[in-house]
Each structure stands twice: as C-alpha cells, then as structure tokens.
Ligand binder design. Structure first.
Ligand code: BTN
Length: 294
C-alpha cells in the first residue's frame, strides 16, 4: 500500500523538475549595461555619443531609424535583449528571443555620396568576423555579401539600411549573432544555423561580444572612409567560404551560374561565367542550383 504523503511528495518533485526544465529552456538575458560600457571604455571607444539598451524592442534597426528621424547628431549604439519584429535581408524575419542572440545596430553619419554601400556591407561582415575570431572562433568564414559561417551553418547575419536626414546619409549597421539557440529556435530558422556557445567551450558574455564587434566596426568604418574597400579586398578573399567554387547568384528572377573568382576593389563579386567574367553587385549566393530553389 502506498501512503498518500509519499504520492504527494513524488508529484511535488515531478512538478519541481518540470518547472526547472521550463526555466532552463527559457534562458532570458538581461543586458548588463555597466559591463557593456566597461568593455567599450576598455577599448577606449570615445566616438559613440549614445548607448541605448532595451530588454525588448521591435527591431534595433527600426529604433535606430527612429533616432535618426528624431534628429540625433552623432554615432549611436542600440542593443536589445530581444526583438519582437527582428528583420533579416530580403524581407525575411530574424528570430530574436532573449538569450538566444546578440541584436545590435550602430548608427553612423556619412557625407552624402562619399561611399559605396556595397563595400561597407562587406566591411561590416569583416568587422564581426575579426571580433569573433579574436574571441576564439578560428573556423569562421564569410559568405558574400555579409554572412558569417562555420562550415555551412550561419552564425551571424547583417542588414545595412540607409536613411537620408538633415543633409546627411545615415547608415544603420544591423548585426545579429546567434548566441545560444534552443532546438526549437534552430528548427524555426529553416536554414542551417550555429551559435557562439556551440563553437566555444568558454563563450564570451553577450556584452563582451557586443563591445568587441562595435570596436572592430568603428575602426573599420574609419579605415573605409579614408581608403575605401580596396584595403579590405585581400582579407575578404582569404576568408571567403566559396572562393574558387561553382556558385549560383540569384537576384529576383535573374540567376547567374559560374565560378567565384573573389571580390574586386569595390566589393563586387567576380563571377566567371560561360559568357565571360561578370562583376556582381547584388543578389544572394547559393552553393548549388538545388539550394537556390532548383
Ligand atoms: C540576415 O538576414 O542575414 C540579416 C539579419 C540581421 C539581423 C539584425 S539583428 C539586429 C538588427 N535589427 C534587425 O531587425 N535586424 C538586424
């Protein structure tokens, strides 16, 4: 005969275990603003006039655009623990729950007409690449124009947006890095994804990761303003996952197939096709016709 008290105690234990499991899978993150500012200060970052942190926001890029419309005057950093409407390239969503990723936007003013956005997009990927490599991820590669990959899996995506306001062109550098995805989140992305916690036995904090990327990006924007993309060309080509591989570039309904010959001094992809060498300035790269949708 089983006593009523023993049954109650067993049920209680099961309930407790269930709650702990639920709690562990939620893994919320609260941005430690002080530690973020400390990391930035350690790198002597003086050029940011405002650091805006949120527990949840629609999209850090949208908040950056609101800051621009409200008339901010200088470089600003926006970071959120979670995004309810995170945006990816080509109208896709960017899955953005708390604790699963870094969601960061840097707002930077440029003089109108002084730059080519395409090169800047590659420079942003190179900045995130340098920061994450320095934190220990050695097998990190690039996929034109601005994805970071480990093997064939995506670790980080970048969305640059332009805003003209007060006779200036503002660039919003939106960067998302997978930090610790649950099984369900990974499945909902629908493409192979990897996260920082999977590739590093001792992952940095989200704050440390954010500061490291911001520092590299600010340094590289300065270099890009003074010298353009050409100084980044060889770095890009040495880390490009698909260099010398047969690839497909899809741009709307147009599809080009050829061998990837690296990027040129402006960041355009050089594609050797049966019609000759073509400079590609926009579109999405696929490793095969099948992956481009057949
Ligand atoms: C991609 O599709 O690869 C680009 C993803 C960019 C996601 C980042 S997360 C921070 C910023 N805010 C957004 O809404 N999107 C970018």
């Amino acid at each position: 005969m089983v006593e009523e008290g023993a049954v109650f105690s067993a049920l209680h234990k099961i309930l407790l275990l269930f709650c702990l499991a639920e709690f562990a899978s939620a893994r919320c993150h609260t941005m430690d603003r002080e530690s973020l500012l400390k990391y930035l200060a350690n790198h002597s970052v003086k050029s940011i006039s405002g650091v805006h942190t949120f527990s949840e926001i629609d999209s850090t890029n949208s908040e950056a655009e609101r800051l621009i419309s409200n008339g901010i005057a200088d470089v600003q950093l926006v970071i959120a623990d979670a995004q309810s409407a995170g945006r990816g390239r080509r109208g896709r969503d960017w899955v953005s729950p708390s604790g699963s990723g870094l969601y960061l936007s840097l707002v930077y003013p440029f003089s109108v007409g002084t730059f080519g956005l395409q090169g800047l997009s590659l420079v942003t990927a190179l900045s995130a690449h340098a920061a994450i490599r320095n934190l220990g991820v050695e097998s990190l590669q690039l996929k034109w124009p601005n994805d970071l990959l480990v093997g064939n899996k995506k670790l980080s995506g970048i969305l640059l947006e332009l805003c003209d306001h007060s006779a200036q062109t503002w660039v919003v550098f939106g960067i998302g890095v997978n930090y610790k995805l649950t099984k369900d989140q990974r499945a909902s992305i629908g493409r192979p994804a990897i996260d920082v916690s999977e590739v590093l036995s001792k992952p940095p904090s989200i704050e440390q990761l954010a500061a490291a990327i911001t520092v590299e990006l600010l340094r590289n924007i300065g270099e890009f303003i003074s010298s353009g993309f050409s100084t980044f060309q060889s770095a890009w080509n040495s880390y490009d996952r698909y260099l010398e591989k047969d690839i497909v570039i899809q741009n709307g309904n147009s599809r080009k197939i050829g061998r990837h010959q690296g990027v040129d001094e402006n960041g355009s992809l050089l594609l050797q096709t049966i019609d000759g060498l073509q400079r590609i300035s926009g579109g999405e790269l696929f490793p095969s016709v099948r992956e481009a949708g057949g």
